[in-house]
Design a protein around this ligand. Structure first.
Ligand SMILES: CC(C)(COP(=O)(O)OP(=O)(O)OC[C@H]1O[C@@H](n2cnc3c(N)ncnc32)[C@H](O)[C@@H]1O)[C@@H](O)C(=O)NCCC(=O)NCCS
Ligand SMILES: Nc1ncnc2c1ncn2[C@@H]1O[C@H](COP(=O)(O)OP(=O)(O)OP(=O)(O)O)[C@@H](O)[C@H]1O
Length: 347
């Protein structure tokens, strides 16, 4: 192709009988030469070059040639090659990926490791097994706790959506004179009747989960790096999949019943009903990442807690880093900068 410059994008008319886009079938070009095209001939916008080293039937000016290159009839390369050929995309991608990596290296080199964390720790157990006792230790160590029992109380306050649903289903019998929910009464009903308990759970589940979500969001916005979720029904509601590690506060059954009866002033039967309303504590223990045995004294629990605190404050996984507010911010910021540079053709 004597008359073609290197890299000229034109198709060699071969067995496929390739045709320049929009110009009709090969051989029917608008070119006035009227030459029949054979294997090895080249077609550009209806003009044919002969592959025999001869002169072209037209003398194209350089500008025209450049313009014509835009209308390349060559089949496009596969998508991955086209993307690879685009320097800008590559640069942008690496910019976005490397920024959190650099940040991660910085965090790993931080001996305290406190600079960038978003760890959702699940704290659960059985009723009266000592979750609140352990969550108070977390709070005292400066780690914020989202307490599902408190959220569950807030979503049934007088006039709220949860309150309306309870009144609709359980009637005015479960209301105090003030109009607030009579928790003791409702507790008696639902802990002695699994079906009614399920109804209550279904009514409140969306309110409780969105309440928990907002609490986490508020702490995340504040930049909290480790958040403990104290949820009695963590496994029952399958929320354990969102938390890691899962800490189970375990006690032997005898101690659990004793503490429950003494705290709530209930009978042994009532205590057993409440315990039976949840998955077995021994099973929860078998599913835990970390177990705190709270059957002994408070000091013994505090001792175990120190080790738990050390684990929970340990180096973060990649997922945790990317989930942090700072991690997300750095990805967004670097992508924005990358886009800006790409737009200005600086990459
Ligand atoms: C039944 C209610 C009114 C009893 O109130 P009360 O003030 O007596 O108990 P409190 O809310 O403090 O709960 C004490 C403990 O009971 C256990 N518990 C509470 N609700 C449930 C339930 N639906 N199923 C099994 N155990 C439960 C938890 O271990 C909890 O820590 C109240 O617990 C409630 O509204 N429960 C439904 C909401 C819920 O599922 N809460 C758990 C949060 S995940
Ligand atoms: N190690 C301990 N020694 C003695 N008493 C304890 C110990 N741990 C907890 N208790 C007591 O046992 C009771 C239950 O503890 P706690 O309220 O922490 O349990 P919980 O799991 O949060 O209960 P719930 O499921 O009802 O929310 C409380 O009265 C608490 O003071």
């Amino acid at each position: 192709m004597a008359s073609m410059t290197a890299g000229f994008t034109a198709a060699r008319v071969g067995t496929a009988g390739f045709t320049a886009a929009g110009l009709g079938p090969a051989g029917s070009s608008g070119c006035s030469s009227g030459t029949t095209m054979t294997d090895g001939d080249i077609l550009v916008r209806g003009c044919t070059w002969h592959g025999d080293g001869g002169q072209s039937s037209h003398d194209w000016s350089e500008e025209e040639e450049k313009r014509k290159r835009k209308f390349s009839p060559q089949p496009p390369p596969p998508l991955y090659r086209r993307l690879l050929l685009r320097r800008r995309w590559l640069a942008l991608l690496s910019f976005s990926l490397w920024s959190p990596l650099i940040k991660a290296i910085h965090i790993t080199s931080d001996p305290i490791g406190r600079s960038n964390k978003m760890r959702l720790v699940g704290l659960t157990g059985g009723i009266a097994s000592g979750k609140s006792t352990v969550s108070n230790l977390f709070k005292a160590s400066g780690i914020p706790v989202v307490d599902a029992d408190i959220v569950a109380r807030n979503v049934v306050q007088k006039g709220t959506g949860g309150w309306k649903k309870i009144v609709e289903v359980f009637g005015n019998d479960v209301l105090l004179e003030t109009g607030e929910i009579d928790r003791a009464r409702l507790g008696q009903i639902v802990f002695s009747d699994p079906e009614k308990r399920q109804v209550l759970n279904r009514l409140l589940a969306p309110h409780i989960s969105s309440g928990i979500f907002w609490e986490i969001l508020k702490l995340w916005i504040k930049g909290c790096k480790v958040i403990v979720l104290d949820i009695p029904l963590l496994f029952e509601t399958k929320m354990d999949q969102w938390t890691h590690p899962v800490i189970v506060v375990w006690v032997n059954e005898e101690t659990q019943i004793e503490r429950l009866m003494s705290r709530d002033g209930c009978s042994e039967e009532q205590a057993r009903d409440r315990i039976d309303a949840q998955l077995a504590l021994d099973w929860k223990k078998s599913e835990a990442d970390i177990v705190i045995n709270n059957s002994g004294t408070l000091d013994e629990t505090k001792e175990q807690f120190q080790e738990v605190l050390r684990k929970v404050s340990g180096p973060l996984t990649w997922k945790e880093r990317l989930r942090s507010r700072d991690g997300l911010f750095s990805i967004v910021a670097c992508t924005a900068v990358g886009l800006l540079l790409a737009q200005k053709n600086l990459l």
